[in-house]
Design a protein around this ligand. Sequence first.
Ligand SMILES: Cc1ncc(COP(=O)(O)O)c(C=O)c1O
Length: 359
Amino acid sequence: MPIPPLANGRPEVELQVPSPILRFSSAELGSGELWVKDDGQLNPLYSGNKARNLGRCLSAARAAGTRRILTAGGAGSHHVLATTLFARRCGLATTAVLTPQPWTHHAEQTLACALAWGLEPIPVATTAEVPLTALEHRQRGDVLVPIGGWGTLGSLAHAEAVEGLSGQIQQGSLPVPDCIVVALGSGGTASGILAGLACSRPGASVRGISVFARHAWLARAFVVPLAAREARRIGQQVGWRELDSRLLVTSAEVSAGYGRPTPSTATAQVIAARQGLTLDTTHTAKAFAAALRILDCSELTPSPAERPASRRANVGRAPVPIRVLYSHTLSRGSLEPLLAEAPGSTELPSAVRSLFHRA
Ligand SMILES: Cc1ncc(COP(=O)(O)O)c(C=O)c1O
């Protein structure tokens, strides 16, 4: 798939919004309802939460006359790939500080694709090295985009998506969910959803499923202040306390290293695949597993003793139906067409290949 250059006057990232809403039906979900907000098909080139992030960042970068985006992420980062593809379309180069991540076919393909479309990689051994390395490589006129695309410019798009969701609720495409479940890496996506909910008030709470920060308080610290800033940008004053009360973060799905599976990711992938949803081990399988656990899916919670205390207390009584909206943040398209038509070599140089072995 060749990447068409940006036509005059077109937005940097054209999004087909609102995202489709799917109802996930499975006898395993008991009396609960699982709905899916599918951000996987927002753009024919590449989709997912990271594509949604990029529109404002790229338009600010072009307005500033920059030539290069300098950013960071894991070796198989979706953010780095999305930035490389959409920046290239706008005539901008991308350089990224890359950190180790366990090998998966998907992670390797993601990196190969970014390299083939012109990413300049700067491999480092640990996440702690990212800020200084980025500063060392910064050139005059670069636009710095934080790791994972975290920041107000990107996250506002997720707040706007909640407006779209409110419209879909009004039109009857889905009922008001009790909670929106989303993978929480840098926290930018969750903060946008939180700000959007607090401003448009459809009543749901946000469940951020931390994939990196071991301590829920640390993950919250990346989400709540950013959500407050986004709410101000939308023109509303929402206090930290209100935002905090609408956010529940769990670190139960944090694995023994960034990108590694947890005991529930494989089952989540199998259940999702039955209805055509492909999940990645790093983010979406963890969020989907958490959504199933909230619904008390018996495939994931085999013994009553493992059930959360709140659910155990319910045994013997009629189950409380709960409506969960899982936010699917992974691009759905295959990377094969992008790799087939890539201008560069798809062979990974040894310095970046070793990022997958050092994790
Ligand atoms: C597919 C996918 N889902 C969710 C996330 C988490 O998003 P955020 O970094 O905005 O918290 C990421 C981050 O890399 C991702 O690639």
